[in-house]
Ligand binder design. Structure first.
Ligand code: AMP
Length: 185
């Protein structure tokens, strides 16, 4: 398996934007599971139909479905050739275990936690005014993040592959911090 990088962070942390910039800089393929699901909803596929209600409620799509999607995507030629930056996956320890198996060895090469406090991401999400960003769904997603995804930080730390980057500041400042970590690999 080629290089596998993971970016973690609360919704509203800016990780999608930064992941796209990093993928461009380092020539890896940016894979956002949220984008894949939104595309499936848009296209009206069976997956999209199943995922829509779950996403609208701010809940997590089932591990089996997500692991299947990512397993399939990581087998594609572009990723086999260039490596991948995963954004939005893994989100549970079951997904992390599956990723480790797919990636071989002890798991991804590096997981970066883009750290932005809850109060700040809540403010940012309310300000962007997306249809699925009501106060209720924001609170629900942040709650799920703490319950399901925050334990992943320990999962990666135990394997010596976690880096934490301060996500406060301008886009350029945050990008420079992230690039410094990847350059140090
Ligand atoms: P995101 O764009 O990463 O915030 O994802 C949007 C929504 O897609 C999430 O709120 C979840 O409902 C769903 N989703 C995306 N990635 C995953 C994942 N790895 N596991 C479960 N649900 C996911």
């Amino acid at each position: 398996m080629p290089q596998v990088l993971v970016i973690l962070g609360r919704q509203g942390s800016g990780k999608g934007t930064q992941a796209a910039l990093l993928a461009e800089r380092y020539g890896v393929i940016h894979v956002s599971t949220g984008d894949m699901l939104r595309a499936a909803v848009e296209a009206g596929t069976e997956l999209g139909l199943r995922a829509k209600a779950v996403m609208d409620a701010g809940d997590l799509v089932g591990d089996d479905i997500m692991i299947g999607i990512v397993d399939e995507r990581l087998a594609d030629d572009d990723i086999q050739a260039s490596g991948v930056l995963l954004d939005g996956f893994p989100r549970t320890t079951a997904q992390a275990d599956a990723l480790a198996e797919i990636a071989g060895g002890s798991g991804p090469d590096l997981a970066i936690n883009l750290d932005v406090p809850i109060a700040e991401v809540t403010e940012r999400m309310l300000a962007r005014g997306r249809a699925d960003d009501t106060a209720e769904t924001i609170a629900r997603r942040l709650e799920l993040y703490e319950a399901e995804t925050a334990p992943l930080l320990a999962w990666f730390e135990d394997r010596g592959s976690l880096a934490v980057v301060d996500g406060l500041g301008s886009e350029d400042e945050v990008f420079a911090r992230l690039a410094e970590v990847i350059d140090g690999l």
